[in-house]
Design a protein around this ligand. Structure first.
Ligand code: SF4
Ligand code: SF4
Ligand code: SF4
Length: 369
């Protein structure tokens, strides 16, 4: 599937081949070592960086600018991203209008993105935020850069992990009343690395200032200092939305009460603040868990694992020395392999494309063709 879509384009075919080798190596190392979070993180960060390297030059080529003009919006020439979806649902259902300047059926328009997001939600649930979202890899990347945590989370108020749910409620109501995608207009940190309304007056300059401040603060500085995914764990309302709708996915992360000795090591390591003293006392992870696998990697008693909802933990085979069949049907094998497969296919276009653009940059000094 990775290669087939590029059969008529030899350069993309070659770049996809390189990416396929990269993904296969990561998959092998992940299953060989059991270090889910480490190899997932490499994949996820590569995806996000590849997205930025591909998206900005692509906009410059097709539209001539990265700062949206009134004309671009009137032409419905704005690619839709999944972050808008919660704001579009109620105005769409009540008034039958699409409150975002995009086309319904174009490649980067409403329906392709809606179906992609629905498929991702079924396959990954909230795991979208660790395996599928082309923005999340940026705060993941910065949270891994610093060798040591500069801001301790010992006194951290874990109730803040529910702030994204409050923000979700605010933007959904605000978007309905204003009939406008207000999160995109005012609050999205990723406008700083994708497209934004061209600053032409004080209002658009103010919006640009907010985007840049949020990006530098939540995606770069705080993840660097806290070694946690601050934007995704404490701000993004679409992550909160994903926590709720993601419950349709049958996989869960669960803690085995017979193995866990309440040492608390996982609390400090969870990048999305999803394990707290309170949840741990009940041998549970919070609804905000993004299925990244970090807690499983560091638990000294191997007490945390992926499981299928409704199936008792004991029923999941945990031995890695059983038959191949037993290993293949383990919930963690199924979830991780499915997530890598989905993420690999979804990311192929932008990562392979970014590889070609890097070569172009070396040859000509520009990312733009
Ligand atoms: S929290 Fe938001 S930005 Fe982060 S991975 Fe999830 S949807 Fe993407
Ligand atoms: S790291 Fe493992 S043993 Fe320690 S509290 Fe977490 S789940 Fe329990
Ligand atoms: S609870 Fe575990 S799997 Fe879930 S986000 Fe935290 S570290 Fe990752």
């Amino acid at each position: 599937m990775l290669l087939g879509g590029n059969a008529n384009n030899p350069r993309m075919l070659a770049a996809s081949g390189v990416y396929l080798i990269f993904l296969t190596t990561l998959t092998y190392l992940l299953f060989r070592t059991g270090r889910i979070a480490r190899y997932r993180s490499i994949f996820f960060s590569t995806f996000a960086i590849g997205f930025v390297i591909t998206f900005i030059p692509m906009m410059l080529e097709t539209r001539g600018n990265i700062g949206l003009t009134a004309q671009d919006m009137a032409n419905l020439d704005v690619p839709l991203c999944h972050l808008t979806i919660p704001m579009l649902l109620i105005p769409g259902a009540v008034y039958g209008v699409l409150i975002f300047p995009t086309r319904l059926f174009s490649e980067l328009g409403f329906f392709p993105m809606l179906f992609l997001w629905l498929g991702a939600t079924i396959v990954l649930g909230k795991g979208w935020c660790s395996w599928g979202c082309f923005y999340g890899g940026l705060d993941e990347f910065f949270s891994k850069l610093s060798p040591k945590r500069k801001i301790s989370s010992k006194k951290f108020n874990y109730t803040l992990r529910f702030f994204p749910f409050a923000l979700l409620l605010v933007i959904v109501i605000w978007a309905f009343l204003a009939l406008s995608p207000v999160y995109c207009t005012w609050l999205c940190p990723f406008k700083a690395v994708t497209e934004y309304v061209k600053p032409v007056d004080w209002l658009t300059w103010l919006q640009t200032g907010i985007f840049i401040t949020l990006f530098l603060g939540l995606v770069v500085a705080l993840p660097l200092l806290m070694k946690r995914r601050v934007q995704c764990g404490l701000f993004c309302p679409i992550g909160a939305f994903q926590s709720l709708v993601g419950l349709v996915n049958p996989y869960r992360v669960r803690i085995d009460r017979e193995k866990c000795n309440q040492c608390g090591a996982c609390i400090n390591q969870c990048p999305t603040f999803s394990i707290t003293k309170e949840t741990l006392a009940k041998y549970k992870v919070s609804i905000t868990c993004a299925r990244c696998g970090r807690c499983m990697e560091i638990c000294p008693r191997n007490a945390i694992q992926f499981s299928l909802v409704g199936v008792p933990l004991k029923a999941h085979a945990t031995s890695t020395s059983g038959s191949l069949f037993k290993e293949v049907i383990r919930a963690d094998t199924l979830f991780v392999f499915g997530a890598l497969l989905f993420g690999g296919i979804f990311s192929n276009g932008v990562v392979a494309g970014s590889l070609l653009r890097i070569i172009h940059l070396i040859q000509t000094g520009s990312f733009v063709y």
